[in-house]
Design a protein around this ligand. Structure first.
Ligand code: CAP
Ligand code: MG
Length: 409
């Protein structure tokens, strides 16, 4: 049997799924790369009598490059399920057993590129960044939002009051937190109805806003729950892609009865995106979320906020907005430890086509939620206009107090 090594051979992006892995091992890199290619395609830990040459040649993964600790492995398109849109099977190939291989100290999937024939099996976002902007009547400025805080504990009435105050302070978006779905203290039906009333009131007063209701639940119930919250007046829904799965995002996006955008949260991603030497980087997860139809996705704060991040988040931003795939763009959401003093830095890195949101950075304002929302909105306006925040704060009191309270970067 031939080897899985095809070093230096040209990559054909129309015939292969091309993956980039970072590998840490005591083995010679060729051996480690071969072990990965074998385990993830036609092989196992020993030679097997059932593998013939034809199968090996047509379905075996191919290691086409090894540079330092980084390897490029391409998987023939026929390794992937022909059933339309099957991310679980894709993940089993490109991000499956290899993480447990004892011969490797660490391995991290850094990036993946899919051939056109696979991309075409997916529909991408129904609304995307442009659709959300259109619904909000905000074509250019960064969207500015909040996460209702505390994460858990407010009843429906208090949640709706929070949303109303946030909208009255100028925010375009708000959302449930990832740990809130349908608890006794805040049943989802009552919450959705109360929030819808607050949003209607804001709209009657001339301000358009959306609030994402978290429908993250078991797979067989998620579309049904989304339909219900929609019928109760939800203008956007939220789903946690890691805990619910890509199939859940896809089921919601492709169901014709769901007519509101999907805000995609990524709670738990840190379990495998944080270690630079092991796991899965956010980039492949961003690409898959866009394929499956997420309309907005958390990408971190480009190293500025509370969650760890790095310049690699630039690649996630591009994966949301780039036009190298046949889908609408995804609204990138910068969240996690955001406050008015870092908005300018975020906009400098991310540009204007982004949703910037703050939980603590709104609810923690000394003068309350409305003032917190005003502080965030003013910070976004200043960044959009290219006016230094300190300058803008001279005649925008809420921003001035926020800068005084939390400082800036
Ligand atoms: C933000 C947030 C989000 C984080 C998650 C939170 O709140 O609601 O869940 O953004 O991180 O609870 O931390 P704060 P990421 O504004 O109060 O920090 O977006 O990186 O997935
Ligand atoms: Mg949260």
């Amino acid at each position: 049997m031939d080897s899985y090594l095809h070093l230096g051979e040209p990559v054909d992006p129309d015939k292969y799924v091309v993956c980039k892995y970072r590998v840490t091992t005591d083995l010679p890199m060729e051996k480690a790369a071969e072990a990965i290619a074998a385990e993830q395609s036609t092989g196992t830990w020993t030679g097997i009598s059932t593998l013939d040459n034809e199968v090996f040649t047509s379905l075996g993964a191919r290691v086409v490059d090894i540079t330092g600790d980084t390897i490029i492995v391409e998987f023939p398109i026929d390794d992937f399920s022909i059933e339309v849109g099957t991310v679980p099977q894709i993940l089993s190939v490109i991000a499956g057993n290899l993480f447990g291989l004892g011969a490797l100290k660490g391995v991290r999937l850094e990036d993946v590129n899919f051939p056109k024939a696979i991309l075409e099996q997916y529909k991408g976002p129904k609304f995307g960044a442009d659709g959300i902007r259109k619904m909000l009547g905000r074509p250019e400025k960064p969207l500015v939002g909040t996460i209702v805080k505390p994460k858990i504990g407010l009843n429906p009435k208090k949640t709706a009051e929070y949303v109303y105050e946030a909208g009255a302070g100028g925010l375009t978006n708000s959302k449930d937190d990832e740990t809130l779905v349908d608890q006794l203290f805040c049943p989802i039906e009552d919450r959705t109805l109360a929030v819808a009333e607050a949003l209607d009131r804001l709209e009657a007063e001339g301000h358009k806003m959306m609030h994402a209701i978290n429908v993250s639940t078991r797979g067989d119930k998620i579309v049904e729950l989304a339909e219900k919250v929609q019928s109760w007046g939800a203008r956007e829904i939220m789903v946690d892609v890691i805990t619910c799965g890509f199939g859940a995002v896809q089921a919601l996006a492709e169901d014709p009865s769901i007519k509101v955008p999907i805000h995609v949260h990524r709670t738990m991603h840190g379990a495998f995106t944080k270690d630079p030497l092991h796991g899965v980087a956010m980039l492949p997860l961003t690409k898959l979320t866009r394929m499956c139809g997420g309309d907005a996705l958390h990408i971190g704060t480009l190293g500025v906020g509370k969650m760890s991040g790095s310049t690699k988040e630039d690649a996630n931003l591009l994966a949301c907005l780039g036009n190298d795939v046949p889908y609408k763009s995804v609204m990138p959401v910068c969240s996690g430890g955001v406050y008015p003093g870092i908005v300018e830095a975020i906009v400098k890195k991310a540009g204007n086509n982004v949703q910037i949101q703050a939980g603590g950075g709104v609810a923690g304002h000394p003068d309350g939620v409305r003032a917190g929302a005003m502080g965030m909105s003013q910070a976004v306006d200043a960044a959009f206009l290219g006016i230094p925040k300190e300058e803008y704060a001279k005649d925008h009191k809420e921003l001035a107090i926020a800068l005084e309270t939390w400082g800036s970067k």
